[in-house]
Design a protein around this ligand. Structure first.
Ligand code: ADP
Ligand code: MG
Length: 366
C-alpha cells in the first residue's frame, strides 16, 4: 500500500504535439493519499483512462514522474507495480471456472493454496458469486462476467491500489447501486487505496470520500462532494456538478462598478477589490440554482424577472427565468408558493462565487 504522487505529469499520443490540445494529460501535479476512496470524475475524453493507465504502468507518460511512497516507478512494468485494475469490460478467462478466475491473481503471486481458497470464498461471498464458483466463465451473463472481473481486482489485499475504470458500465442499474455499496464496504474492510473512474457525479459521490474532477487533461479540483458543490474551484466543476449546474454570468468592471450587461450590480467592497486586481477580462460570477432567492413580491434588493418555465420534479421544482437576455435556473422546494408571470429574485452576496479566467477567486464576504 502506498501514497501515489504524480509529478509534473503530461502525456500526448501525438508524435508531434503542437499545442495544449494535443495533450491527453496537461501538466498535472497530484497526490493520492494511502488508503483513500477516491473518484476520478469527468466527461468522456478528458483523460481519465489515460491517467489510470499511467498509474498502473500500461502507459509510459511523455513527461513527469509517478512515485509510489516516494519511489519513482516509471520504469517498472505493470506486474511489478502491484496494482489491480478493473476495466470497463470483463477481462476473464472463458475456459476457466469462476473459482479459478478469482484465484488466478493469487496463484500468479505464488500464494499457497491454503490461503487462496478462503480469500476466493470471501470475495465470491461479497459479490454474490458463490453459487457460480464451479461454472465455466464462458457461460455467464455479461453482469456476472463483470462481477468476476471485479472479483479478480479485489482478491489480493496486498496491492498498492485498486483502479476501477468505469467498471459498472455493463451492469444493470439496480445491481450497479448494490455493487457500489459493496465496493465501499470492501474499502472500509481492507483500507486499500481505490481510485474509481466515472463520468457520473452520483456514482462518484456515493463511492468516494474525495473526488478529483478532471477537465481537458487536468484535475481542476480535488475535494469532498460538499466542497465541489459549495465552492467549485473552476467553472467546469460548477457546471458539471449539481442538477442543474451552476449559473454563470459575465461581468465587466468600470470605474469602481461591476456591470452585468448594462446593469450595475450592488457588489460589496471585497468583490470590487477582487475585480480591481483581476488581470483578465474573463470575469464571471457563479451562483448555484439552490441559492437563488425567489419571491412573489417586490422585496428590497430583488430584481423583477420573467418566469419562463416552471418544471415540477416532485420533491423540488426548477424555475427558468431570464435576466439581461440570459437564461438562469433556480431550484425551489416542493412547497414553494404559486408563481406568477413576474417573479422577484435575489443573488445573495455570500452565495456568489467569482471566477477569473475560469478559476475561483476567494472573496471575503463582509
Ligand atoms: P476518458 O477515459 O476520460 O474518456 P481517455 O484517456 O480515453 O479519456 O482519452 C483522452 C484523450 O486521448 C482523448 O482525446 C482520446 O481521443 C485520446 N486517446 C486515448 N487513447 C488514445 C490512443 N490510444 N491513441 C490516440 N489518442 C488516444
Ligand atoms: Mg475512459
Amino acid at each position: 500500500m502506498a501514497e501515489i504522487v504524480l509529478k509534473s505529469l503530461a502525456h500526448t499520443y501525438s508524435t508531434n504535439p503542437q499545442s495544449a490540445e494535443d495533450y491527453a494529460i496537461r501538466h498535472m501535479e497530484h497526490v493520492w493519499d494511502q488508503g483513500g476512496a477516491y473518484a476520478l470524475l469527468g466527461p468522456s475524453g478528458c483523460g481519465k483512462s489515460t491517467l489510470l493507465n499511467i498509474i498502473s504502468g500500461l502507459l509510459a507518460p511523455t513527461e513527469g514522474d509517478v512515485l509510489f511512497d516516494g519511489h519513482r516507478v516509471n520504469e517498472l512494468p505493470p506486474e511489478e507495480r502491484n496494482i489491480a485494475q478493473v476495466f470497463q469490460f470483463p477481462v476473464i478467462y472463458d475456459t476457466m471456472t469462476v473459482f479459478d478466475n478469482l484465484a488466478f491473481p493469487l496463484r500468479n503471486m505464488n500464494t499457497p493454496e491454503y490461503r487462496v481458497k478462503p480469500k476466493v470464498l470471501e470475495v465470491a461471498d461479497i459479490l454474490e458469486l458463490t453459487p457460480l464458483l464451479s461454472r465455466k466463465a464462458k457461460n455467464l451473463t455479461a453482469d456476472e462476467k463483470q462481477k468476476v472481473s471485479m472479483g479478480r481486482g479485489l482478491v489480493r489485499d496486498d496491492v498498492t491500489a485498486i483502479l476501477f475504470d468505469e467498471p459498472l458500465t455493463v451492469i444493470d442499474p439496480q445491481l450497479k447501486w448494490k455493487l457500489r455499496r459493496k465496493l465501499k464496504e470492501i474499502h472500509e474492510r481492507f483500507n486499500i487505496t481505490m481510485i474509481y473512474v466515472t463520468h457520473d457525479q452520483l456514482e462518484a459521490s456515493t463511492f468516494a470520500d474525495k473526488i478529483a474532477v478532471m477537465y481537458e487533461g487536468q484535475v481542476v479540483q480535488f475535494g469532498t462532494p460538499r466542497e465541489l458543490f459549495e465552492t467549485p474551484a473552476h467553472t467546469f466543476v460548477g457546471y458539471f456538478i449539481g442538477s442543474p449546474g451552476m449559473n454563470f454570468f459575465e461581468l465587466h468592471y468600470d470605474h469602481n462598478t461591476a456591470y452585468f450587461g448594462e446593469h450595475p450590480l450592488p457588489l460589496n467592497n471585497a468583490y470590487l477589490a477582487a475585480l480591481r486586481q483581476a488581470e483578465s477580462r474573463n470575469v464571471k460570477l457563479g451562483i448555484r440554482p439552490e441559492f437563488v432567492e425567489v419571491s412573489t413580491t417586490d422585496e428590497p434588493g430583488t430584481v423583477a424577472v420573467q418566469n419562463k418555465h416552471l418544471q415540477d420534479l416532485g420533491t423540488y421544482a426548477i424555475l427558468t427565468f431570464s435576466l439581461n437576455q440570459q437564461t438562469f435556473k433556480a431550484r425551489l422546494p416542493e412547497d414553494h408558493p404559486p408563481l406568477g408571470e413576474t417573479v422577484y429574485i435575489r443573488f445573495p452576496d455570500d452565495k456568489l462565487s467569482l471566477y477569473v479566467d475560469e478559476y475561483r477567486v476567494e472573496v471575503d464576504h463582509e
